[in-house]
Design a protein around this ligand. Structure first.
Ligand SMILES: Cc1ncc(COP(=O)(O)O)c(C=O)c1O
Length: 435
């Protein structure tokens, strides 16, 4: 499978293995991918209908399972990440939920980095335990970036190690290669949430990651116009040899007795989610949102270049500001994960980061309220610059001790640097600091 790095030179040339879909580009000769705003698909006759339901004949049945616009998005994200197959769903949260459910199921256990998106922390800490999935959180801001702690937390029922490529919100980095070795030596998978690092910056599959999840709502869409989530499967993990995931290997009674690992090989994981979890619980991506992601991906590499150019200008400015007590960005030598950052992100990364305002919570919030160009909202990686106070918003479900564990303080400000003029952004920050 070809891996495409520069999305502005996109050429569609890949095919992935999953329940059959046609490529609408080819069918219509259209350069833009059509939006298939259709719930269901006409069968030629009852034989074809039965064949499709029995998986003997490829093709669409119903948009809760597949949709041609979604299918193109899945092929493109799989190609961009260098994976074997992908599945698009309604949101990043749905992508993570399905991933954890498909791996751990009732009685399973996850080992997760503690410095992650507040919503994912909630899901793992409070919601999934009521479905029998438990998580041990490990601090990766240690001398060995959590490696010993993560290995020590693995139990006989552990099904996955989970980390973010750049932790939300502090943009800390972990050692993907070392974590993949630990995961594989225990017969389990390494899952990364790569939302903060689009595939033109890093392909973690090259370092041994087995499953890559994205909130497509962020960089891939790029304009804050639609939710979507993506699950990309590397296609290299041996589900059979592992012995930890019988539901992916044994015949599935609710799906014609299909043994997914045998039936679809490198697409076993995403096909299991599509055929079982998506079929039964239905967090399907809207065709329009799939189209908006496809459009966003066409400008991804150009936007990311500008996001980073602006980020480094803003960082240079912030480091000179007396009202800035500390900046948490791995590009700084003083940050613990700086060496890992250089190794994994030679092109740079991290247009979302935090700094500590030199003041109390009220003064920090007043600084945020004075900003004019930065939009105060709960999203990141938008073409527009964004700001938020994590402790009282995105991470507000965390108690005081949990916030400290995640290095989020009352004076923490999260910025997401957009693609406007850097001079305008700096002028906005400047007027607010002086305010
Ligand atoms: C790192 C990360 N993962 C997942 C999500 C959830 O994505 P969505 O909002 O698309 O459900 C978010 C949302 O902010 C996020 O920051």
């Amino acid at each position: 499978m070809a891996t495409v790095k520069d999305t502005s030179k996109w050429k569609f040339e890949t095919k992935q293995v999953h329940i059959g879909q046609e490529n609408p580009d080819a069918a219509f000769g259209a350069r833009a991918v059509p939006i298939y705003q259709s719930t269901a698909y006409v069968f030629e006759d009852t034989a074809q209908a039965a064949g499709r339901f029995a998986l003997a004949v490829g093709g669409n049945i119903y948009s809760r399972l597949t949709n041609p616009t979604q299918g193109v998005l899945e092929e493109r994200i799989a190609a961009l990440e260098g994976g074997a197959a992908a599945l698009a769903v309604a949101s990043g949260a749905a992508a993570l939920t399905y991933t954890f459910q498909a791996l751990a199921r009732d009685g399973g256990h996850i080992v997760s980095q503690s410095t992650i998106y507040g919503g994912t922390y909630n899901l793992l800490k409070h919601t999934l335990p009521s479905f029998g999935i438990h998580t041990t959180f490990v601090d990766t801001e240690t001398a060995d970036f959590g490696l010993a702690g993560i290995e020590a937390a693995i139990q006989p029922n552990t099904k996955a190690i989970f980390v973010e490529t750049l932790g939300n919100p502090n943009s800390n980095v972990v050692d993907f290669e070392a974590l993949a070795k630990i995961a594989h030596s225990h017969g389990i998978v390494l899952v990364v949430d790569a939302t903060f690092t689009p595939p033109n910056l890093i392909n973690t599959i090259e370092y041994g990651v087995d499953i890559v999840v994205h909130s497509g709502t962020k960089f891939l869409n790029g304009h804050g116009t639609g939710l979507a989530g993506l699950i990309v499967e590397a296609g290299k993990f041996d589900w059979k040899a592992s012995g930890k995931y019988p539901h992916l290997v044994e015949p599935n009674v609710s799906y014609h007795g299909v043994p997914f690992a045998d039936a679809v090989g490198p697409a076993a994981f995403v096909t299991y989610i599509r055929a079982i979890l998506l079929r039964d619980t239905g967090a399907a991506v809207a065709p329009l949102n799939a189209f908006l992601l496809l459009q966003g991906i066409e400008t991804l590499s150009l936007r990311v270049e500008r996001h980073l150019e602006n980020t480094f200008k803003v960082l240079d400015y912030l480091r000179t500001q007396p009202k800035v007590k500390a900046i948490h960005h791995p590009a700084f030598k003083s940050e613990p994960s700086h060496e890992l950052y250089k190794k994994y992100f030679p092109k740079g990364a991290g247009s979302i980061f935090t700094f500590e305002y030199d003041g109390n919570e009220e003064e920090t919030k007043a600084f945020i309220d004075r900003l004019e160009i930065f939009s105060l909202l709960a999203n990141v990686a938008d073409a527009k610059s964004l700001v938020i106070h994590p402790a009282s918003t995105t991470h507000s479900q965390l108690n005081e001790a949990e916030l400290k564990e995640q290095y989020i303080y009352p004076n923490t400000v999260r910025l997401s640097i957009g693609i406007e003029s850097a001079d305008d952004l700096i002028a906005d920050l400047d007027q607010s600091f002086k305010g």
